[in-house]
Design a protein around this ligand. Structure first.
Ligand code: ADP
Ligand code: MG
Length: 326
């Protein structure tokens, strides 16, 4: 297994109280596999990614439990220096906002080249050549002429391609892309997503694709993990989740996807709001919004339980939701 996260817990201690952002996340990614992580804003997706990458905002964030095994090695037991070695060469991250992730005062060629100078001990001249190659590879037109330009001179879509180039520069085994296309126009979104999926296949990288857009997931992901209030509440192969979700929250997310054949109809939306992470309700955290909730759901936290070989659901009554889809 490339990555195994076991019972990960992260909290933020702030003046207003303790926000329990990640509450026992367990998931895994195989080499060459794409895992899509879905969930509404505030469900703990980015914090989980930051904990895996070792870039958690700490303090106020703190990992309070769990293990993160990368190729069998528990990252939480490593020294910061060792983790720095893994970042870039072992795993890399693509952020939503390229403009703030890239350095504004260095040309894109310098930033791309620096990866090879620092990690591979290349000369500046060789690194420069590699930077142009990388820009070609992510299909930035006229790469040789544009390599000396600064991030702000590129369009949003092109900047996102540069960040993808940075992430894959050292051909890491795992890439975490945190809402990589959210800030882009719809047509550009599709192109960038296609590029990412293509490179992932070519380099046989593991990919964690964080998104709140269930629409993009079907084409690119192998498996889906759905997060709610800092937990994974369902995980399954993509086609199985689309056919018959095993959690009412996943059902709600699926029903909220705009469909071309239902133009004009009002879009379904899950009622209510996700819980405040400083006051997660007892029982199932989704119970106040759940159309199927009953007494047990208000008192007992459902464990992430086996539905079939490759499927898990954290719903006491998952069977009802599966049966209703049939
Ligand atoms: P998302 O699923 O939208 O990516 P996040 O993982 O970013 O959600 O955040 C989950 C929760 O973690 C937030 O709602 C907030 O309560 C808490 N959190 C995240 N970052 C910070 C921070 N820097 N300081 C305090 N709390 C934070
Ligand atoms: Mg986020």
């Amino acid at each position: 297994m490339l990555l195994e996260v076991r019972d990960l817990q992260v909290e933020f201690r702030t003046r207003d109280g303790v926000a329990r952002a990640v509450n026992g996340v367990t998931c895994s990614v195989r080499a060459g596999e794409t895992l899509a992580v879905l969930g509404e804003s505030g469900s703990g997706k980015s914090v989980t990614a930051q904990a895996i990458m070792g870039i958690l905002d700490s303090p106020p964030g703190r990992i309070t439990g769990g293990e993160i095994l990368f190729k069998g090695q528990d990252l939480l037991k490593l020294k910061e220096e060792q983790r720095r070695g893994i970042r870039g060469a072992g795993m890399a991250m693509i952020f939503q906002d390229a403009l703030s992730a890239l350095n504004p005062v260095l040309s894109v060629g310098e930033q791309l080249g620096e990866m090879f100078v620092v990690h591979r001990g290349m000369s500046k001249r060789d690194a420069h050549a590699r930077a142009v190659e990388l820009m070609d590879r992510v299909r930035i037109p006229a790469a040789a002429e544009r390599v000396g330009q600064y991030p702000h001179q590129f369009s949003g879509g092109m900047r996102q391609r540069i960040m993808i180039a940075m992430a894959m520069a050292l051909e890491p085994d795992l890439i975490i892309a945190d809402e990589p296309t959210t800030a882009l126009d719809v047509t550009v979104q599709a192109q960038v997503m296609e590029l990412l999926a293509e490179l992932q296949r070519e380099l046989d990288m593991g990919l964690i694709l964080i998104t709140h857009d269930l629409g993009v997931v079907a084409d690119v992901a192998d498996r889906i993990a759905v997060m709610y209030a800092g937990r994974i509440i369902e995980t399954a192969p993509v086609h199985e989740i689309y056919k018959a979700p095993a959690h009412p929250y996943t059902r709600g997310l699926l029903d909220s996807i705009p469909r071309l054949d239902q133009k004009g109809q009002e879009l379904y939306a899950i009622k209510g709001l996700p819980p405040n992470l400083m006051r997660i309700p007892p029982g199932c955290p989704f119970n106040p919004r759940c159309p199927r909730a009953r007494d047990l759901c208000r008192t007992d936290l459902p464990p992430l339980e086996r539905v079939s070989a490759d499927r898990r659901s954290a719903c006491h009554f998952w069977k009802e939701t599966v049966d209703a889809a049939r």
